[in-house]
Design a protein around this ligand. Sequence first.
Ligand code: URA
Length: 239
Amino acid sequence: MSNSKRLDYVLVHAGIGSRKTVKGLVRKSDVLVNGVRVRDSSTHVKFGDTISVDGEEIEFKEFYYFMMNKPPGVVSATTDPREKTVLDLLSESDQKKSVFPVGRLDKDTEGLIFLTTDGKLAHTLLSPNNFKIKSYIAQVSSEISKADIAFFRKGIILDDGYKTAPARLEIIEDNPHKCSIDLTEGKFHQIKRMFEAIGKEVIKLKRLSIDSLNLDESLLPGEYRELTEEEIVKLRGIE
Ligand code: URA
């Protein structure tokens, strides 16, 4: 992404309005770039420029980063013809920022969804070659044995013949049968299918972390917040 953008692009993505609205606004209103009145919406602005519309400063960030506590019953796609998506839970102005969910959770799975516009980071987190750990807690239908832990560690053959990469399974409590699972890959329904292969059913599933990013437990289901600078730096690693 180049580090300069047209003013109308920036204002649209900051949630100010449609391209048409924004054009009119720049002509008629008090739009300042670094304190100077601008009338032409094709003017280029850079990250770090101070932009205000009628005295209100607007955000111009290279990338946006959010974490959400996904509730059950919502799909983690960008669009869906029938179902409510995680993007529908964003405010109107955040919806205009064009973030997308990094990886998927099933409709009935809860917990951490990371949303961003940073495609490079998304790719790094999702690529199985990078061994980025995603952690979950699950409630399952019957007792977890030491043999189950070993199966997860060695890799399990799924219903389609795929052998999973080594995963960590740990018992949290025994009745209800709760456990934690760490995966480095994200096949379709992976945890449910891994348990199915050892004769158990997943009753409840929640994601707690993706690499260094931990779900903020103060977020109620359906709530989200921007990542802190510290969380962003840690997740992106040393560049
Ligand atoms: N594994 C699953 O089975 N479902 C999820 O939503 C995530 C991991």
